[in-house]
Ligand binder design. Structure first.
Ligand code: GCV
Length: 820
């Protein structure tokens, strides 16, 4: 076949619809020339010298990857082939090859070895898990077009414990999961079909992740019931070929609730015996169980405080049961009082982790890991590094990062979190000496992943980059954000330079963008914190016990956490760090309002006042998302159409949501501060016609709560069981216009909308999305864009809404913009 035709065929094949299921392990065919080069560089034979399930997985993966990318089928041989070959073997198995390497467990060595006149591509490691990781690394090299003919690459993971947590409930729902229902559980049982679990294990192994807890940290005690153990066994079997140790989240009250004891006091010998026998029972069935994750005395979970005992008492009684089996207990540092008195200016949730755990430093057993969220609050859009990282000197620590985007747009917004995580990992805690970045202090990395049954695992193609990025950082926290973003993009969408540049560019800007339109300057995500953690609700954090206060009032904004006049939180850092945050003049703008309460007129290092900076960043953030849409559209035809369209729809939706955030937050601060936007944008929306000011037929005005969630604080609702209409007469200059209709689409029905201009139906659609709300609020606010409409003075514009289910076809406004 002529090579041109072949190339075209390959190009067409690689543009076939993709679901995202294979994520970064697509092994898409490489170009013809590259395939030829790899066929020459790679042996055609493969041999696994260890008799191990993991090595068998490594071999199968290499065969699969090489076939996919290069179109060659590796031949399996046993023993050392007397021809060029890929050899998979642990280092002890290669004793007489003269190969020695100083590698940590799970590390690997890719080495080209000339021996007996043959060339061997050796994938070796201290343990079989490392061999598996080496196989994935070799495949990654090929996918990225790197040379493989003369290999000598040694890699060791920085931290031995690299786990993901899944917050899956036994009924199949996932707390804060945005990619569908649980791959593990349904109806209180492990799913019959666990093939997704095995495929998840493969994704995790490709990143070097070696542990996965399979149920919610808000744990159902039943997970430890004897009849659940066979279910856990099945899940562990599905993960085992990928070297992923399964772990369980446990409830601290279990000795009582399922053990039948009268107590769960950690110092009661009966309780210790119960934990030992339960753990023995589990390990008999799952000998490689990773251990437990424990959330105690937090957000309503029971804990040692019931008996006046400490977190160390609690962690150690469980840890001692796990110890003989090599199991770990990850004890969560996320302990705080969610009934704090908000009137007391000295109260501060940010202090809680340090206040609870610092006094216990040195009292935890060796197999206890205190699992600390990256920041002191709760996965907000920007937080400083938790002071606890620098404070525990004689206790093992893990950093907990949230891959699932709870406060980060819930996979409906593209937010690449690696740059944020790196800021924490690289932050020097000055823990006794300079040069102690968080990444050097932790023994473990934990990512709350919450993948689900959706074909693309996460609910948004671009969100997969966060799982990838977490795994890569857990392996090597020195990797740059750009490198990770580029790698992921090339593996996931191919090598087209325009595609790589565009997607990498969007990803790298996306955290700052999201911060700009949600909560800049350390305000934290200004979302509905007592509700869905998604849509905007500026005051939801105030006047309640949850402690995510920003303390905005008419004069100023921010939490005073200084030692001098505030909560004293800053004093939990080492003196060097505290010095930076304590003084207004040294505190970085990005965290100013997290650390200080200042007047709106306070001048930032940027030269802007706080209020103007809030206005500007919201406009910048929303504008940046509009730009993503423009850039993404230029990729049409360069990636498969299915993912092109799905991501486009997601970005267009995000664009509309960013506008809601922009308007809501800026209007809220305008009303509160009374200080106008010096650029005249806030509160002025030329071309916008509020639905409540239109001629209404059946529609009735409604106050939206919170008021900032709707333009002018109001919407109109169709509460009659018939079609309603809102009509206006066009009074502008005749031209071609884009009409944007801002309406509401809740998750409790399907309304139908029709737009008629000058007597012609110009658009109609069903409001059938599933946003995380049944209310008319910011989370259900949607935007429909209709372009190319010629309007003349006096033309009637009419929006018709037909309610469906409990949905009321609510409307906020229309906006007309002349096209250029
Ligand atoms: C699993 C936040 C989340 C909760 C989560 C908790 C935790 O508060 O909103 O859903 O509970 O963190 O990390 O334990």
């Amino acid at each position: 076949m002529p090579s041109k035709i072949l190339c075209a065929l390959i190009a067409a094949m690689s543009l076939q619809a993709e679901t995202g299921y294979d994520a970064w392990l697509r092994y898409a065919p490489l170009g013809d020339r590259v395939q030829r080069q790899y066929r020459e560089a790679l042996p055609g034979v493969i041999a696994a010298l260890d008799d191990s399930v993991l090595t068998a997985s490594a071999r199968a993966e290499l065969i699969r990857g090489v076939r996919g990318m290069i179109g060659a089928t590796l031949r399996i041989e046993s023993g050392v082939p007397s021809q060029n070959a890929i050899i998979l073997a642990t280092l002890p198995r290669l004793k007489d090859w003269g190969l020695t390497a100083n590698l940590n467990d799970d590390g690997y060595w890719l080495k080209t070895v000339a021996k007996n006149g043959h060339r061997y591509t050796v994938v070796t490691a201290p343990n079989d898990r490392g061999v598996l990781y080496g196989a994935f690394a070799l495949l990654r090299k090929i996918s990225l077009g790197e040379p493989v003919s003369d290999l000598d690459q040694r890699q060791s993971p920085r931290a031995p414990l690299r786990w993901v947590n899944q917050w899956d409930n036994l009924d199949g729902r996932i707390e804060r999961g945005y990619g569908g229902r649980s791959i593990f559980w349904e109806n209180q049982h492990a799913r019959d079909d666990l093939s997704r679990v095995s495929d998840y294990g493969r994704l995790l192994a490709s990143l070097g992740i070696n542990g996965c807890s399979i149920n919610n940290v808000n744990a159902n005690p039943r997970i430890l019931a004897s009849d659940m153990i066979p279910q856990v066994v099945r899940i562990a079997e599905a993960m085992r070929p990928w070297g992923v140790r399964v772990a369980l989240s446990i409830d601290f009250g279990s000795p009582q609730s399922i053990g039948g004891l009268s107590t769960f006091d950690p110092l009661d010998p009966k309780v210790a015996v119960w934990w030992r026998s339960k753990v023995d029972e589990l390990y008999k069935a799952v000998p490689d169980l990773g251990g437990f994750v424990l959330k105690a005395d937090s957000e309503g979970r029971v804990g040692p405080s019931t008996y006046g005992r400490t977190h160390a008492d609690a962690a150690n009684v469980v840890g001692r049961a796990l110890k003989p089996h090599g199991g770990w207990i990850f004890y969560r540092g996320f302990v705080y009082d969610h009934h704090m008195d908000w009137n007391n200016p000295k109260n501060d949730r940010a202090r809680a982790a340090y206040d609870n755990f610092k006094p216990l430093d040195g009292k935890f057993d060796e197999n206890v890991i205190v699992q600390i969220k990256n920041g002191p609050i709760d996965f907000q859009v920007r937080e400083p590094a938790s002071p606890l990282f620098g404070a525990l000197e004689r206790t093992s620590e893990a950093i907990e990062l949230q891959i699932t985007q709870e406060y980060m747009g819930q996979a409906r917004h593209t937010v690449f979190l690696v740059p944020m995580w790196k800021e924490t990992l690289d932050f020097d805690m000055h823990a006794g000496r300079a040069g102690t970045p968080v990444k050097s202090l932790v023994r473990g990395f934990v990512g709350v992943a919450n993948v689900g049954l959706d074909q693309n695992w996460m609910g948004n193609h671009l969100s997969q980059a966060n799982l990838y990025g977490f795994g890569r950082l857990a392996w090597d926290p020195d990797l740059s954000s750009r490198r990770i973003a580029e790698e992921w993009t090339r593996l996931t969408f191919g090598d087209d330079l325009k595609v790589v540049d565009t997607i990498t560019g969007i990803q790298l800007r996306s955290w700052r963008t999201y911060e700009n339109y949600t909560g800049p300057l350390g305000l934290q995500t200004l979302t509905d914190i007592t509700g869905n953690h998604y849509g905007v609700n500026v005051e939801a954090s105030e006047r309640n016990g949850w402690g995510q206060w920003h303390r905005a009032d008419a004069q100023g904004v921010g939490m005073d956490r200084t030692v001098a006049t505030g909560t004293g939180y800053i004093g939990q850092y080492s003196p060097e760090v505290a010095k930076m945050y304590e003084s207004l003049s040294n505190c970085p703008d990005d965290l100013l309002l997290f650390m200080h309460h200042v007047p709106y007129t306070y001048k930032l290092h940027s030269g802007k006042t706080v209020i103007q900076s809030i206005y500007d960043s919201h406009y910048d953030g929303a504008q940046a998302v509009t730009e993503y849409v423009r850039e993404w559209k230029l990729l049409q035809g360069r990636i498969d159409d299915a993912r092109y369209r799905e991501v486009l729809a997601q970005l267009e939706y995000q664009d509309g949501q960013a506008e809601v955030w922009r308007d809501a937050v800026t209007n809220w601060f305008l009303r509160e501060s009374g200080i106008p936007d010096e650029k005249g944008r806030v509160g002025h929306h030329p071309g916008r016609i509020e639905a409540e000011s239109m001629k209404l037929d059946g529609y009735v005005p409604k106050d939206v709560i919170p008021w900032e969630a709707a333009s002018g604080g109001k919407a109109v609702e169709c509460t009659a069981a018939r079609m309603c209409a809102a009509t206006t007469r066009f009074g502008g200059a005749p031209a071609r216009y884009t009409i944007r209709v801002r309406y509401f689409d809740q998750d409790d029905g399907v309304s139908h909308f029709r737009v008629i201009a000058a007597g012609r139906v110009i658009d109609q659609w069903d409001a059938a999305e599933h946003p995380p709300t049944v209310k008319v609020d910011a989370s259900s606010s949607m935007r429909r864009t209709i372009s190319g409409i010629d309007l003349h003075a006096g033309d009637e514009i009419r929006i018709e809404g037909m309610p469906g289910g409990s949905e009321t076809a609510a409307l906020d406004y229309i906006e007309l913009e002349a096209e250029r």
